[in-house]
Design a protein around this ligand. Sequence first.
Ligand SMILES: [Zn+2]
Length: 336
Amino acid sequence: MILKKILAFISVISMAVVINACSTNPVTGKKDFSLISKDQELAMGAQAHKSVLKQFKRLNNPRLQAYVNNIGQLLASKSHRNNIRYTFTVLEDPSVNAFALPGGYVYVTTGLLAYLNSEGELAGVLGHEIGHITARHGVQQQSAGLASAILLEILSKKAGKSTAKSLGQLSTALIRGYGREHELQADKLGAEYLARAGYSPKNMYDVISVLKAQEEFSKYQARREGRQPPSYHGVFSTHPSNDQRLQTVINAAKHIRTAGTRSPNHDGYLRQINGLKYRIDKNRTGHIAIGRVSTPGLTYAQLARRSVVDAQRLRLLNGQFPNGEPVPGRLVKIVE
Ligand SMILES: [Zn+2]
């Protein structure tokens, strides 16, 4: 962050301290300890959105951007906070990631899109991120963090460098995720928005399974290459695994009347991501290609011969790691 921006940031914050010490949470209806009002949240989001677009590349694919945006807008319209404008952006980045900024900004990377296998799963990702916005997690985190940053500044009487550092850490925290309690609440809200939009809340589990499989695959690959498994970073690293509390919050959404009335749309989703750039490793990039499984008994080992990645990678991409095989009649992804 450049100095001018930091100064602008700080002036917004000090205004916030004066004007607003409390605001209503759209999800709980209760007062939050928040230094930031709705208008300030929207302004902060718009500013941060500009920095994200400077740091990342917006994917130049209007058709796919529109597809993601349509699903996002549908979910947002069913959310607790449908009175703000939402912006959904696909970033061209090989990391497997999705994140939200205060004020209605949601991002998903091409790295994550490559691993999803249905529109329902994409809706699960977007619903979860919308949940962070509706419950104002970013704003709460900003407030707590900035409050301590301001305090630190007063205590040390050192402006400038130390403040810049705390602000830097805060923006990292925003992109990395929000901690276990907030993640669980975002899953709960995500499941609810899925159900209200007609998707099955079960898609929330499927998304978590996709991320879990990523972790398992990294361990498998590291073992095979005789190296230490990498520690797992990214927004989902603190996600609750398949536990009781998660099941409770997701199952609650099954009772919503419209839950599961919309198809998860596996084939339609795969058609949307056909041709997407896919990073195989540090040195190699390929493209996602799709085809219909017409031969019963076709294996990933056989498909791997037509692909530039091995059978296990194909299983991972198709949501069937570590021991699934292609389903006859369905579309399947390979990498060319
Ligand atoms: Zn999250």
